[in-house]
Write a protein that binds this ligand. Sequence first.
Ligand code: 5GP
Length: 175
Amino acid sequence: MVKDRKKRLLYSEEIIDRRVKELADTLSHDYKGKDVVIVCVLKGAFIFLADLTRYLGISYVVDFVRLRSYGSQSESSGIVTVTKDIEVSVEGRDVIILEDIVDTGTTLVYLRDMLEKRNPASLKICTLIDKKERRLVEIDADYVGFDLDEGFVVGYGLDFDERFRCLPSVYLIEE
Ligand code: 5GP
């Protein structure tokens, strides 16, 4: 079982902080003067959102979406449903989806298609971690904190069965 396995430090608090600040600087540059809506994907991205937004030098509004992907923690079935939709209108606005990790890409494709139907002026994806190895559908994040080849990670918002979310660093669960 994953919860009984050892964890190995992957990204320390300091490294995450530096990278999040770099991402915030890039976003502040790219979105200067725009009508920005940041859509945070619950629950995993909430710590990333809290840190990133405090470094942003632009104005923006934040909203939250929660999706459910059927299957186990480590396997995505491809069936996605929305369990909590955003409440603001994104029509004509510049939307940034904030994700914790893109794995198979199934969840994000569903969310992107759903938001695109609402006619935003632009829609981009910012993810803390991009795990391209297991990608099943074609989707690329526009802003990426870290690229990860493989493995299951926890901490900094990412959980296993609701555990480890509030660890300040990211850990790899060892095989
Ligand atoms: P996808 O639809 O891209 O396969 O799934 C993305 C979601 O699966 C992420 O938002 C995250 O909640 C979960 N996920 C994928 N890989 C990991 C991982 O390594 N660790 C954790 N904790 N969650 C993951």
